[in-house]
Design a protein around this ligand. Structure first.
Ligand SMILES: Nc1ncnc2c1ncn2[C@@H]1O[C@H](COP(=O)(O)OP(=O)(O)OP(=O)(O)O)[C@@H](O)[C@H]1O
Ligand SMILES: [Mg+2]
Length: 259
């Protein structure tokens, strides 16, 4: 079935403070949507709210994946339904190796009795790690513990490749990556582009979008998508910054706090 991810009028608050003020977004399988926007405008909040982070209360709106109500689902159910988030700041988990974590995550999405065999899993993990030019030792390191910034980001992409999600959200996957790593990560993402998989890529820089060509580019300010366009919009933002958008829309302060 063709993937369709729909966000309608999504509002979300943190400790009583409204951050997301009505987000509408429709991502079809095969599409890459990029979200750009100044700091503190609600981009990571959108990612967290979609994944069901307990701190972010959804106060209004709907989110569906292939017609199924995502907001009704618990966090693990969202992952099982095919939602995946590569976080801006991945957490470190001591005591759980990367391989253990990934194997559990894969098996959690499978029926009981149909778990992936250890051999098959190791083979797949080794193959993907090779594609991402990761040192094999990362298989047995504790999850993200002591990983450099760039190593964490590469590891997030490794998770995405193995979990084969339906809707992939990447929050600043390019931050902290060196020039070669950026290309490798982008190639990893491009290899995962498929008719039944949608992407929502949050980034500050056009550079990433040179490698991963988006179908749609959205600008977020004050907890809303205030402007949408094609790849040329990202190019203009890179060249001219955000002032022209603010002027065009009569926005004085773009952060959510002031709206
Ligand atoms: N847990 C929280 N507690 C308090 N305030 C929060 C929390 N999470 C987000 N906010 C506030 O919500 C606003 C939007 O934050 P968010 O992280 O979504 O911004 P962003 O667009 O991702 O910014 P950046 O580009 O810097 O990553 C900010 O003012 C932030 O301080
Ligand atoms: Mg953010």
């Amino acid at each position: 079935m063709a993937t369709e991810f729909e966000i309608r009028g999504l509002k979300s608050s943190i400790e009583g403070k409204e951050i997301l003020k009505g987000i509408d977004l429709n991502i079809k399988g095969g599409e890459v949507h990029a979200i750009m926007g100044p700091n503190g405008t609600g981009k990571s909040t959108l990612a967290s709210a979609l994944m069901g982070h307990p701190k972010y209360e959804v106060t209004d709106g709907t989110v569906t994946l292939n017609g199924e109500d995502v907001l009704e689902m618990a966090v693990d159910e969202r992952a099982r339904a095919g939602l995946f988030l590569a976080m801006q700041y991945p957490s470190e988990i001591t005591g759980v190796t990367n391989a253990d974590f990934l194997r559990s995550a894969i098996n959690a999405r499978r029926e009981e009795g149909n778990e992936i065999s250890l051999i098959k899993f190791i083979r797949q993990m080794e193959k993907k790690m090779k594609e991402l030019e990761m040192n094999p030792e990362f298989m047995h390191r504790y999850l993200n513990e002591g990983f450099s910034g760039g190593e964490k980001k590469r590891n997030e992409i490794l998770q995405m490749m193995l979990l084969e999600p339906k809707l992939v959200i990447l929050d600043e996957i390019d931050s902290g990556l060196d020039i070669d790593a950026l290309r490798i990560v982008a190639e990893g993402v491009n290899a995962m582009r498929a008719e039944d998989r949608g992407f929502l890529i949050i980034t500050h820089y056009q550079r990433l979008l040179n490698y991963i060509t988006p179908d749609h580019v959205h600008v977020m300010m004050q907890g809303r998508i205030v402007k949408s366009g094609g790849p040329e919009l990202a190019q203009r933002l890179e060249a001219e910054g955000y002032d022209w958008v603010k002027e065009e829309l009569g926005i004085v302060d773009e952060t959510v706090g002031q709206a």
